[in-house]
Design a binder for this molecule. Structure first.
Ligand code: NDP
Length: 286
């Protein structure tokens, strides 16, 4: 076989990006499958995304991840948006199909892969309570709705933000999504199957904070999920463990959204154990 010194390129555009651990995870996956691919973590300020996307096309990059502040503004530089990403209204992964750039959103799908794979729970026909109405919440609620959850109750502090998100997603997905305002401690209904914290409460350095929820009425199989991955052992996850409830931490969503991105780019099954370990190493976890 003739030598081939050309690497395939993928990467991440965002600002700030210095603490983004995705590169460590994707590079570990390339090594595990002996692929000559590179993942570049690139700082792109808000006003330079147009140039960065033109550069991506010029370099023939196979794809990129978008993080803050580009997940919505990237929409205007793409040739096509996947249906679920269009409902969410944000793209975290771009893939190439020939010369066309296609926008995908793997955040919510990554969350669902974690629920199915690590917690062995099928979200179909499940009753879900989800805390938060930001970007992570939008992606997760959309995928839960498309996966056939029987009800998604969105609980958020800011009423107008929560109501707007729910009205938009309920009409686009035709799924039973409803809103409840968050005043004081929210009592989780006893028929809830899955509780998701999709707020930033508990995110470093806010280590001592816990979403004000009352878990006392929860049934013993209710799965408690947190999207916060730094640290993965949040106060909510600890409280759920103390009650003997099954838990899913934010690392699962982070690994699986990356695994889905890897599969979209390379067409290969992601080596998830290698990706998980690389992420834990990068974050300094045991
Ligand atoms: P946003 O800023 O878009 O939304 C933040 C949400 O948290 C809002 O609903 C906000 O409520 C709520 N919130 C924040 N502080 C409080 C508080 N003290 N009390 C009640 N509600 C609060 O953030 P994102 O959706 O982008 O991110 C949320 C979290 O998800 C972050 O911790 C992020 O790291 C994590 N994340 C994890 C991923 C993973 O792969 N594991 C992927 C993406 C995000 P309000 O509307 O009232 O302000």
């Amino acid at each position: 076989m003739p030598a081939n010194f050309k690497a395939e390129l993928v990467g991440c555009f965002g600002q700030p990006v210095a603490e983004n651990p995705t590169g460590a995870m994707q590079e570990a996956a390339f090594r595990a499958l002996d692929l000559n691919w590179r993942y570049l973590t690139i700082e792109v300020p808000a006003g330079r995304l147009r140039d960065a996307m033109a550069g991506m096309r010029a370099f023939g990059m196979q794809g990129v991840n978008l993080t803050i502040p580009h997940k919505v503004s990237v929409l205007e530089y793409l040739d096509e948006i996947a249906p679920d990403a269009a409902i969410i209204g944000a793209v975290n992964t771009v893939r190439r199909d020939g010369d066309r750039l296609i926008g995908e959103n793997t955040d919510g799908k990554g969350f669902l892969r974690g629920v199915r794979t690590d917690a062995a729970v099928d979200p179909r026909n499940k009753r879900v309570v989800l805390l938060g109405a930001g970007g992570a919440a939008r992606a997760i609620v959309t995928e839960l709705a498309l996966a056939g959850a029987s009800e998604v109750v969105v609980v958020n502090r800011s009423v107008s933000r929560g109501e707007q998100m729910v009205a938009g997603l309920a009409s686009k997905t035709k799924a039973p999504i409803r809103f409840e305002p968050w005043h004081g401690a929210y009592t989780v209904p006893c028929d809830t199957d899955i509780l998701v914290n999709a707020t930033s409460i508990g995110l470093y350095p806010d280590l001592e904070s816990k979403p004000p929820v009352d878990l006392r009425g929860a049934h013993r199989n209710m799965l408690v999920c947190d999207v916060v991955f730094n640290p993965p052992e949040t106060r909510l996850i600890q409280a759920a463990r103390e009650r003997g409830l099954p838990v899913l931490d934010g690392l699962a969503m982070l690994v699986y959204q990356g695994a889905i991105g890897f599969e979209l780019w390379t067409g290969r099954k992601a080596p998830e154990p290698a990706m998980k370990q690389a992420l834990r190493d990068a974050l300094g976890l045991a």
